[in-house]
Design a protein around this ligand. Structure first.
Ligand SMILES: Nc1ncnc2c1ncn2[C@@H]1O[C@H](COP(=O)(O)OP(=O)(O)O)[C@@H](O)[C@H]1O
Ligand SMILES: Cc1ncc(COP(=O)(O)OP(=O)(O)O)c(N)n1
Length: 270
C-alpha cells in the first residue's frame, strides 16, 4: 500500500475560510497531501478584519502537538500565527521531535491591519524559531520587521532573503513581493543562490489568505518530496491561479480560490 504524504499546519483559525488553518487544510487537500492541523488561537475574523482572539491554553497546544508526533507521520509542516512567546516555546521544544521540512510563515499582521502576534514575541521568533526552519516566507512588512530595516527595491528583497539565512539562521528564505508595485515577484535564497519567481499582478482586492495558501502549498509539495525550488515554483502557480479566480465574497478583501487549478471544475465555474 502506498504511503500518503502527510502535511501539518500549526496556526490560528479563520471562520470565514480564507486564511489560517482553514486555508492551509484546503490547500493540502487540493494538492493531495493528507492534511493535519494544530490550532494555536481561535480568531473571530472575516474578510473585513479581526473581531477578537482567544489563545488556547499552552497545555492544550502541547497536547495537540504530542497527539500528532506520538501517532502520525509528518512529512512536512508549517507554522502560521503563533502569537506569544509561550506558544513559540512550546512549538520550538516540539520541532526536534519531527524530522521533516519546516516552513514558517511569520504571520504578524492581518491584511486588515489587525495585529496577530504580540509585540515582544517578534524578537523571540527571530532568535529562537527562525534557526529551526527549513524555509521562512515573509512578505515585505514581515521581512522589514524581522530585519529592522525598510525595503524598497528588488535588491533590498534579495538582500533581505540572504540575511535571513546568513545572519539569522533560517534554512532558506522566500521574500514575497505581493506588497510591491508591478509584477508579483518573489525571491528565494536557498543558501547558495537567489531564485526568482514572477507572475503578472492580478487586478483584484480579493487576496485574503494569499500568504497562508502559498506557504501551505509549498509545505504540501515538500511533504511529497519535491526539492525546495520546484516546490516553490509549483506553489507560486497554485497561489497565482487562486488569486486569479478569487471569490468576491464578504465586504472586505475576499478569499482566494483553492480549487482554481482543478480542470474539471474550470468550465463549470469560470
Ligand atoms: N495581486 C496579485 N497578483 C498576483 N500575485 C499576487 C498578488 N498579490 C500577491 N501576490 C502573490 O501572492 C503571494 C503571497 O504574497 P504576499 O501578498 O506578499 O503575502 P501575504 O499574504 O503574506 O501578505 C506571492 O507570491 C505574491 O507575489
Ligand atoms: C489565523 C490567521 N493567520 C494568518 C492570517 C494572515 O494571513 P495571510 O495569508 O498573510 O493573508 P492576509 O493577511 O493577507 O489576508 C490571518 N488573517 N489569520
Amino acid at each position: 500500500m502506498k504511503q500518503a504524504a502527510c502535511a501539518l499546519t500549526i496556526a490560528g483559525t479563520d471562520p470565514s475560510g480564507g486564511a489560517g488553518i482553514q486555508a492551509d487544510l484546503k490547500t493540502f487537500q487540493e494538492l493531495q497531501s493528507y492534511g493535519m492541523s494544530v490550532i494555536t488561537s481561535i480568531v473571530a475574523q472575516n474578510t473585513t478584519g479581526v473581531k477578537s482572539v482567544h489563545h488556547l491554553p499552552i497545555e492544550m497546544l502541547k497536547d495537540q502537538l504530542e497527539a500528532i508526533s506520538s501517532d502520525m507521520p509528518v512529512h512536512a509542516f508549517k507554522t502560521g500565527m503563533i502569537s506569544n512567546v509561550s506558544m513559540m516555546k512550546a512549538v520550538a521544544e516540539w520541532v526536534p521531535q519531527v524530522s521533516a521540512p519546516y516552513v514558517m510563515d511569520p504571520v504578524m499582521v492581518a491584511q486588515s491591519g489587525d495585529p496577530l502576534i504580540e509585540e515582544e514575541s517578534r524578537v523571540w521568533l527571530r532568535e529562537n524559531l527562525l534557526p529551526l526552519t527549513s524555509l521562512v516566507t515573509p512578505n515585505i512588512p514581515e521581512a522589514e520587521d524581522i530585519l529592522g530595516e525598510s525595503m524598497e527595491s528588488s535588491e533590498d528583497m534579495k538582500e533581505a532573503a540572504q540575511q535571513m539565512v546568513t545572519r539569522f539562521g533560517a534554512g532558506a528564505a522566500l521574500v514575497k513581493g505581493g506588497h510591491m508595485k508591478g509584477e508579483a515577484v518573489d525571491f528565494l535564497y536557498d543558501g547558495s543562490e537567489i531564485h526568482t519567481f514572477t507572475s503578472e499582478r492580478i487586478d483584484t482586492k480579493n487576496t485574503h489568505g494569499t500568504g497562508c495558501t502559498y506557504s501551505a502549498a509549498i509545505t504540501a509539495y515538500l511533504s511529497q518530496g519535491l526539492p525546495l525550488v520546484e516546490a516553490v515554483k509549483q506553489a507560486k502557480y497554485f497561489v497565482t491561479e487562486a488569486i486569479r479566480h478569487s471569490f468576491n465574497l464578504g465586504n472586505g478583501s475576499g478569499p482566494t480560490n483553492h480549487f482554481a487549478t482543478r480542470e474539471e471544475v474550470f468550465n463549470k465555474w469560470f
